[in-house]
Design a protein around this ligand. Sequence first.
Ligand code: C5P
Length: 239
Amino acid sequence: MKQAKERLILALDTHEKVYALEIVDRFDGLIDIFKVGLELFTSAGPSVIEEIHKRGKRVFLDLKFHDIPNTMARAGLQAARMGVFMFNVHSSSGFEAMRRVAADVVELCLKENLNRPRMLGVTVLTSMSQDELKELGIQHSLKTQVKHLAALAQKAGLDGVVASAQEIEAIRGHCGEKFIITTPGIRPSWSPPDDQKRTVTPRKAIHLGADFIVLGRAVLAQPDPVKALELITLEIMTA
Ligand code: C5P
């Protein structure tokens, strides 16, 4: 069994760089991977990633690229050059975009002797329900859509996907044991769902075989965030 901290990712969902780095310092020893998403990257840029790296921690760059293949591939190269541990793209950007990202990043890392980041495809956001998917014009079930996008991401050469833990079994059945599954939408029984729809408890997510679980408000919106994380860690260790 891997240690909890090898599986936990803490989302630095703030626009304040100073506060983000305070969180990194406060969770020293408890969290090794921090997620930099749209809010923080838009306000602080690559320098916040450098600062996190200086502290010896790893970064999951959660910018969910979604653009034409050339633009996505070039953005992927920059993510690799920043030395992030993992980054993601939207699988719905299509096979060719994902294929270009994977191929170009692999080539760059070999050529420049860089550590290759893990590359994930976002399937269906955990904030989406079956009805919302229908609203977008997708008629088949949410699970079918997740399975379909996961298989496409794998065929394109990505290392894994972001999905709800509710879909782990379906994805594993399709993509095998080595395919990385990162699951946001994690809520212990004592925390509210907020805007997330397909939530799963930390214990259940680990039990179902999540490789990484993303924690956001379930930790940082609690009165005592460190205590909240300790409770979650305990929950996982006894899963
Ligand atoms: O606070 P909460 O636990 O809901 O935070 C989840 C984090 O994971 C947010 O930063 C959100 O942007 C991100 N995320 C997500 N669903 C995805 C991919 C990323 O909620 N499919």
